[in-house]
Design a protein around this ligand. Structure first.
Ligand code: ADP
Length: 491
């Protein structure tokens, strides 16, 4: 329909910012994208320019709206964003006070180690679901206050605003609304999983002034309208959610037990836990999946540091393959990996091992090992790492019934089948793999009243999926998992 409403999604990734317009049937009406500058001032430091993020967001949104025929049909805006990244800005001028510290930034590793040595980790984990790690926002925000004069000055004057990317964009879009949706707020390490607002004790522990944080809100509903000057008309902002939670919604994982895995550079697995507070004894993270109508649902989360980046390394580092897709051809060209096992700990091991200092190995090499065996073993490592996560989730009371996959690497059919085989569960891959943007579109559509529930939005907006059913015999599965366990032990 020419006049059906459109939902504008601002998909704020780490390497790019994108604007996408969705129809209520889940079709993409327009897309615009721009790369973001990555600043690496020192090893382990990663920064973004928040003003650049805002400028490029605005430019992409305007481009996409123009391409789709103008602002008249745009009914709502939703944001899905890179999580944990911290922006400090001046509430009065609306200008950033320093560069944003990106989730990948490790500069607060010593601060985390000190808090751990002082015995704070178990308390922090019990309250927030998160481990003490530089990944999360709290130590980053405190670092900015300690090391950036402009940030400290604004804090002293009561003009400091701190927030994650959705918070920054909501402020700019609306001309001053300072909020943080519960899914993003739960990644800061300052929000208890079961409390509606920030925790003063955690703010004290990390050294983050409570007055600099915006109000914690639902992920959907009418927040406020955008300033008319941005798009030529005021558009209601009705959805905000962290990218991984958004992909979980976009995958239709709306019921407890539903699980999705995104295979990109790394791999992120989230399991819907419903209203049950996620507690992990296996170093998985507990997080807010969604807050709507003041009610929270939760997720258990585990991430693997190295997934697609291993294939990229086979291509660029070793020159073993010419393209990522060639890994699939090679894997299919042999009947097994001939005993070769790759443990892709190239930048440490994530959940459930949490060994950032670990390094990768290749075991079982012989003169008959060829590049096809190594490529196959590299892909097999994805199923093996996912299997480790599945076991940890099950041990934490969140056994997987099936798995929905997405991300650039999920295009590999051989890998998708291998995951189904090794985990002995049904794997499903949607044809429309932009699940992160789709989740925010579904939320914003519900927030704008286009659908009465996420279930209805999912029915209308989610498209068909391809299924991969397990077909591996038990003996092969046991051989594979034993070989992997031995290789992991060696790491
Ligand atoms: P990110 O969002 O983290 O940047 P993407 O979701 O775009 O990552 O996925 C890109 C990654 O997937 C790259 O690391 C690439 O090596 C890997 N990849 C892409 N296609 C394939 C394929 N057919 N087989 C294996 N790996 C692939």
């Amino acid at each position: 329909m020419a006049d059906e409403p459109l939902i504008l999604v601002l998909d704020e990734g780490t390497t790019s910012t994108r604007a996408m317009l969705f129809t209520p049937a889940g079709k993409v009406a327009a897309v615009a994208q721009q790369e973001l500058t990555q600043h690496y001032p020192q090893p382990g430091w990663v920064e973004h320019d928040a003003a650049e993020i805002w400028d490029k967001t605005l430019a992409c949104a305007r481009r996409a709206i123009a391409d789709a025929g103008g602002v008249g049909r745009v009914a709502a805006i939703g944001i899905a964003n890179q999580r944990e990244t911290v922006v400090a800005w001046d509430k009065a001028s609306g200008k950033p006070l320093s560069r944003a510290l990106v989730w990948q930034d490790r500069r607060t590793a010593d601060d985390c180690a000190r808090l751990k040595a002082q015995g704070f980790e178990s308390d922090v984990q019990a309250k927030t679901g998160l481990l003490l790690d530089p990944y999360f926002s709290a130590t980053k925000a405190a670092w900015l206050i300690r090391h950036r004069e402009a940030v400290a000055g604004a804090a002293a004057a009561g003009r400091l605003a701190l927030g994650t990317i959705e918070s920054w964009l909501a402020f700019k879009l609306t001309g001053g609304l300072h909020v943080s949706d519960a899914s993003n707020a739960s990644r800061t390490q300052l929000l208890p999983l079961d409390a509606p607002q920030w925790d003063a004790g955690l703010c004290d522990l990390f050294g983050v002034p409570l007055h600099a944080l915006g109000e914690v809100t639902d992920c959907c509903g009418l927040f406020e309208k955008t300033l008319p000057e941005w798009f030529g008309a005021a558009i209601p902002l009705t959805g905000m959610i962290g990218d991984q939670q958004s992909a979980t919604i976009g995958q239709g994982c709306l019921s407890p037990g539903d699980v999705k895995a995104t295979y990109g550079t790394g791999a992120f697995v989230l399991a819907n836990m419903g209203a049950r507070l996620p507690r992990s004894a296996h170093r998985l993270l507990g997080t807010v999946l969604l807050q709507a109508g003041g009610q929270r649902s939760y997720a258990l989360e585990g991430s693997v540091f190295v997934a697609g980046s291993l294939i990229k390394w086979l291509r660029d580092g070793l020159g073993l393959i010419a393209s990522a897709a060639e890994s699939e051809e090679l894997a299919r060209s042999v009947s097994d990996s001939a005993g070769v096992v790759v443990v892709p700990a190239l930048s440490g091991l994530g959940a459930p091992h949490w060994r950032p200092e670990a390094r990768g190995i290749v075991t079982g090499l012989s003169f008959s090992s060829g590049k096809a065996h190594i490529a196959r073993a590299a892909l097999e490592a994805m199923a093996a790492q996912t299997h480790d996560l599945a076991r940890a989730f099950a041990a934490d009371g969140a056994a997987w019934r099936h798995l929905r996959i997405d991300g650039g690497m999920s295009a590999n059919d051989w890998m998708a089948q291998d995951i189904a085989d090794l985990l002995a569960i049904e794997v499903e891959r949607p044809d429309m793999v932009e699940t992160t943007a789709l989740g925010a579109a579904m939320l914003a559509a519900v927030g704008a009243g286009l659908f009465s529930s996420l279930g209805d939005a999912a029915k209308s907006m989610r498209g068909p999926a391809q299924r991969f059913s397990p077909a591996m015999d038990e003996a092969t599965r046991a051989t594979r998992t034993n070989a992997w366990a031995q290789a992991i032990a060696a790491v």
